[in-house]
Design a protein around this ligand. Structure first.
Ligand code: ZN
Length: 231
């Protein structure tokens, strides 16, 4: 297959994936569940997991990211807000960042916002809190990130919020491939630390905690749908 054919195939696949979209909402939200999932009991990504806790439980980030993405998608469907996944939550494949970005950049739509879903890991178990990333520089993504930051802060009053306000907004900036290479506005959520026992067991591994994350994302999206992206 030559390059043109391959690009054509990719485009066809993108459109096929989007055939349920009714273009009812202001934006098309792309949900990007980070890393791979569990295939026949085998986690598809190295690292990106919690320690095995004293009670024998363990959290796999890519699995949790898919659970959150699925719940967000289900709610968006009910709300008739257009969305698509870079990787279907039922697909455990650890699709490369390059492929994800290529797919997003070839979408035949203008008003696209990418939301990459992750949880955080650190070698120090004490590390905790929530953070949101955009690519460096002042962009539309910063203003979208502030909407998300405020909704999460309202919902998780007892948690730490790790921010960088040197540039006048609370998001952190980094050259993460998925947010740097996508041409649309893009944010990356680090939904607490799976390496912190409290956050892992009380937020990421419980329905209640996960649902709070989902609700904060839905409220952020509905805010943008109602008010547009803040100026
Ligand atoms: Zn991650």
């Amino acid at each position: 297959m030559n390059i043109t054919q391959e690009a054509e195939e990719q485009r066809k696949m993108a459109i096929e994936k989007l055939n349920n979209i009714q273009a009812e909402s202001k934006y098309l939200y792309i949900l990007d569940p980070g890393h791979g999932g569990m295939k026949n009991g085998v986690y598809q990504t190295s690292g990106k997991r919690s320690p095995i806790w004293d009670d024998g439980t363990q959290y796999f980030e890519g699995v949790g990211n898919r659970e959150v993405a699925k719940k967000v998608g289900d709610k968006l469907k009910d709300l008739k807000i257009d969305f698509a996944y870079t990787v279907e939550p039922t697909d455990a494949t650890d699709v490369s960042l390059k492929e994800r970005v290529k797919w997003v950049n070839e979408l035949p739509y203008k008003n696209v916002i990418l939301i990459s879903l992750h949880s955080n890991g650190a070698s120090a178990e004490a590390a905790q809190g929530w953070e949101i990333y955009t690519s460096p520089g002042e962009t539309t993504s910063d203003r979208i990130a502030t909407v998300f930051y405020n909704r999460f802060q309202d919902k998780f009053l007892d948690r730490k919020f790790r921010k960088d306000t040197r540039d006048g907004d609370p998001d952190k900036e980094a050259n993460f491939y998925i947010i740097k290479k996508t041409v649309c506005p893009a944010i990356l959520l680090e939904n607490f630390f799976h390496t912190n026992e409290y956050e892992c067991k009380n937020i990421l591994m419980t329905d209640e905690g996960q649902n709070k994350i989902v609700d904060a994302i839905i409220e952020s999206i509905t805010f943008i749908e109602l008010n547009g992206i803040p100026k």
